[in-house]
Design a protein around this ligand. Structure first.
Ligand code: COS
Length: 378
């Protein structure tokens, strides 16, 4: 789909890696509820952990389209690995890149981009999900330190991350204009990783609570300007939604791949089931929707790369691709019949994984709000 030479090369490289190294292990990651560390090491060696950050910070210096392709190709066989990469890049590391001081960037980005360490993003709380501005975590300035108290939940890479960027109230009177972002490092006294969260899908990815109990961090760990945290994370989520769109696209493409293969192999009534029009119709609908998702995801990524507004398009691609991932995986189970309902084939895992994409980084309902508000803007 009109890729540059660099994008095509990256696509081929990640495709080969995913098919050869990840695919055979994806079921195991789902079963054991973690991804083997050597996979992240291999991804770091391929330059994926900093794929879209500049070379001066040890990133690969590629564009957002390349990043989306990487998440897509990986999620095509293992969405747990896809979301680990996506959360690291667009949620954990991107805030440091966009809002960090030179000193903060020098300190954190090279290790994160090189994949020596992982990062996470602490936004969601037990009482602040869709209403992300309803954060209850507080940060109080005491001398030259900030003291954080509160609990974050559903944090991807929670127990693996070296750095987490967390939002907290710094001026309660100001509502969403009284929230700020703070960098907290693993091992900081008063900061602990809470329970591992056992999920329906994306089970290989690390999801935990983060707990702050009188957690003291240096005043320099404020990220960006005081009280601008809400706006910052809206910007971060705009970018993050491209990654979830890419992840959903990858899952849908993976389900289509499996379905085409099965339709050619599986014999019933003395013929491959793919020769029946009932199956062909499903495959044609699946392929068309997957292709439409790809156009939306790459389009949002291209707008971002061109420095144009992409808030509405990222919400569109995320909403559409995630709903296509659900429809596609449901049809894929139908094509596989009884076998699709078993763990013998990857389809049931893909179906469970797909559901997350309609929820994480803003539910489909929130995406529709974002799209409608953009339409109504003056
Ligand atoms: N980029 C930059 N600024 C933005 C923005 C964006 N995409 N979206 C909103 N803002 C700004 C607004 O301009 C407004 O600033 P001013 O008051 O200075 O004009 C401020 O942020 C508040 O915006 P708004 O009034 O739209 O906030 P709401 O509380 O109504 O929330 C939604 C809007 C619902 C869109 C937001 O809460 C949201 O995205 N929720 C979902 C959160 C989510 O995805 N959670 C999952 C996290 S998984 S890591």
């Amino acid at each position: 789909m009109f890729l540059t030479e660099e994008q095509e090369l990256l696509q081929q490289t990640v495709h080969d890696f995913a098919q050869n190294e990840l695919k055979p292990r994806a079921a195991k990651f789902d079963e054991q509820e973690y991804i083997d560390k050597d996979v992240l090491k291999s991804m770091a060696e391929l330059g994926l952990m900093g794929v879209c950050f500049p070379e001066e910070y040890d990133g690969a210096g590629m564009d957002t389209v390349c990043y989306a392709i990487a998440v897509e190709e990986i999620s095509r066989v293992c969405a747990s690995t896809g979301i680990t990469l996506a959360a690291h890049i667009s949620l954990g590391t991107n805030p440091l890149y966009l809002f960090g001081t030179d000193e903060q960037k020098q300190k954190y980005l090279p290790k994160l981009c090189a994949g020596e360490e992982l990062s996470s993003f602490g936004l969601t709380e037990p009482n602040a999900g869709s209403d992300a501005g309803g954060t209850e975590t507080t940060a109080v300035k005491t001398g030259n330190e900030w003291v954080l108290n509160g609990t974050k939940t559903f944090i991807t890479n929670g127990s693996l991350a070296w750095t987490s960027v967390n939002t907290a109230i710094t001026d309660k009177e100001k509502g969403v204009h009284g929230i700020s972002s703070f960098i907290v490092e693993r091992g900081t006294p008063g900061f602990s990783v809470g329970e591992k969260i056992h999920k329906m899908g994306i089970r290989g990815s690390d999801t935990t609570e983060l707990i702050f109990e009188d957690c003291r961090i240096p005043e320099d760990n404020l990220l960006g300007n005081l009280n601008e945290g809400f706006k910052q994370f809206m910007i971060i989520l705009d970018g993050g939604r491209i990654s979830i769109g890419a992840m959903a696209l990858g899952i849908a493409q993976g389900a289509l791949d499996e379905s085409v293969r099965y339709a050619k192999e599986r014999q019933q009534f003395g013929r491959p089931i793919g020769s029946f029009q009932a199956i062909q119709t499903m495959l044609a609908d699946m392929a068309t929707e997957v292709e439409a998702s790809r156009h939306l995801v790459y389009h949002a990524a291209r707008l971002k790369d061109a420095g144009k507004g992409y808030s509405m398009q990222s919400a569109m691609c995320k909403m559409y691709a995630s709903e296509v991932a659900m429809r596609t995986t449901i049809k894929a189970i139908q094509i596989h019949g009884g076998y699709g309902y078993t763990k013998e084939y990857p389809i049931e895992r893909m179906f469970r994984d797909a559901k997350l994409t309609e929820i994480g980084e803003g539910t489909s309902e929130i995406q529709r709000i974002v799209i409608a508000r953009n339409l109504m803007k003056d």
